[in-house]
Design a protein around this ligand. Structure first.
Ligand code: SF4
Length: 437
């Protein structure tokens, strides 16, 4: 095999957690809407673009070439994870040496977060840049050879069966284009048996039912919709571009086409001002929409977003952690149809997960155990929960978090019983400012 010809391919850094170990290809780049006030995801880096079928095929060919190389060099995959990663590292080294000898230069990759200006031209502060740089550690507009190899390795180690096609709205594409892309991917990677995408509910509403069926016929199994709220005031304020009623129609059309709808909901998105309406209307819309899965992503306000500006101007007041938990309680209590609730985001304070209606009591118990805590007990709970999420996400703590915790470390425990509520709140804010949703 000619190692000098190996090239990286574009992967989808932004994908649902269930697709963490999927093979991914980009059919578009970025988000064609890109107006949601709370969303930091595509506010910098490359602008929205469609990709041609030739570009997609080129990426699939590159992935196939690399995958063949992996299979050749590490025929034992999946074995023990560590040894596979060591082998992959050696392979990357060999490719780089071969390419350097052939005089091939590594492409200068554009790094997300390296700019000091947002898309709107607002200069970022030092704090904002820090959070931006957290993003750049895992978001890659233009993946490197390492990214591509480890992406394929993780996919192979996890069964080599699932594929996610990005970026943010596959229903924006023509079904013919989608069918052509997916057919080529299946031909090159015949072990794939599940294809999923992100979609905007507004795009599903605009599509004829026959077109959505054509996506299913092409092989699409699930669409992850960003529903966020069922309350129209909240949706309008957040510039979501769809109403609660449209969310319902989108999920119904998707289900009728034989595609599984899965939705993201954002507790906290109504802020303190619309907290109850947000929760009540979201429960009603979910009951009518009947998605298979509801994934909870509690609101985190990111610097550089329209929502951060609204907070600074006093137009939006963040809901307290307790209000957000009460919203989730309203959801669990009021959703009147079968669906699975999943709490698979580090942004959530509590792990409220289960199938409705049978797990309703179990989920309410988790919520109520938190709600009966004293104000300080709630803060101590939050600190421990946020620390767990942070370590789960990054594998350890940063120096500034360690320094903030230092006065409260006793042996291998953190004990904040002597700290004031304000002191605990400050540490929680520091940790949350670095967590990724
Ligand atoms: S549609 Fe999705 S990706 Fe696009 S701006 Fe809204 S939340 Fe972000």
């Amino acid at each position: 095999m000619d190692l000098t010809k190996i090239e990286p391919f574009e992967i989808c850094s932004i994908r649902p957690p269930t697709e963490n170990f999927s093979l991914t290809f980009r059919l578009t780049r970025n988000c064609g809407w890109n107006r949601c006030m709370f969303c930091p995801v595509y506010k910098e880096g490359v602008k929205f673009s469609r990709r041609s079928i030739e570009e997609v095929r080129q990426d699939v060919d590159r992935a196939k070439e690399l995958d063949g190389l992996l299979a050749h060099y590490i025929p034992s995959i999946p074995s023990s994870g560590d040894s596979d990663y060591r082998e992959a590292e050696l392979l990357i080294g060999e490719i780089k040496v071969a390419q350097a000898k052939a005089g091939k230069k590594e492409p200068a990759h554009r790094k997300r977060g390296s700019k000091t200006e947002t898309k709107r031209g607002a200069v970022r502060t030092g704090e904002e840049d820090k959070r931006s740089s957290w993003f750049s550690t895992w978001f890659k507009d233009e993946p490197t050879l390492e990214d591509s190899v480890y992406h394929l390795l993780a996919w192979r180690m996890n069964g080599a069966q699932t594929c996610f096609l990005g970026d943010s709205d596959a229903l924006f594409l023509s079904s013919d284009f989608f069918a052509e892309a997916i057919s080529y991917i299946k031909e090159m990677f015949p072990t794939l048996n599940r294809f999923t995408v992100y979609g905007r509910t507004q795009s599903a509403v605009k599509r004829e039912q026959e077109e959505i069926k054509a996506f299913r016929k092409a092989g699409l199994d699930r669409i992850h919709f960003g529903v966020e709220s069922g309350n129209d005031t909240v949706l309008k304020f957040m510039k979501k571009g769809a109403s609660g009623a449209e969310h319902v129609v989108a999920c119904q059309k998707t289900r009728e086409a034989g595609i599984s709808p899965s939705v993201y909901i954002m507790p906290g998105l109504g802020g303190a001002q619309w907290s109850t309406e947000h929760a009540v209307d979201t429960a009603r819309v979910l009951t009518e929409a009947r998605p298979d899965y509801v994934r909870l992503r509690s609101l985190e306000i990111f610097p550089g977003t329209g929502l951060a500006e609204a907070v600074a101007k006093g137009e939006f007041m963040e809901a307290s952690e307790e209000q957000v938990v009460r919203e989730i309680r309203i959801l669990v209590e009021n959703i009147k149809t079968d669906m699975v609730i999943v709490s698979d985001s580090a942004s959530n304070l509590l792990d409220v997960s289960g199938r409705l209606p049978e797990d309703r009591a179990k989920m309410l118990k988790v919520i109520d155990e938190y709600l009966v805590l004293s104000p300080k007990g709630k803060l101590a709970f939050s600190l421990s929960s946020r620390l767990r999420s942070f370590i789960g996400q990054y594998g350890g703590l940063t120096q500034d978090i360690m320094a903030a915790l230092q006065p409260y470390i006793q042996g291998d425990q953190v004990n904040v019983s002597g700290a004031s509520e304000e002191e605990i709140g400050t540490i929680i804010r520091l940790i949350r400012s670095k967590l990724m949703p």
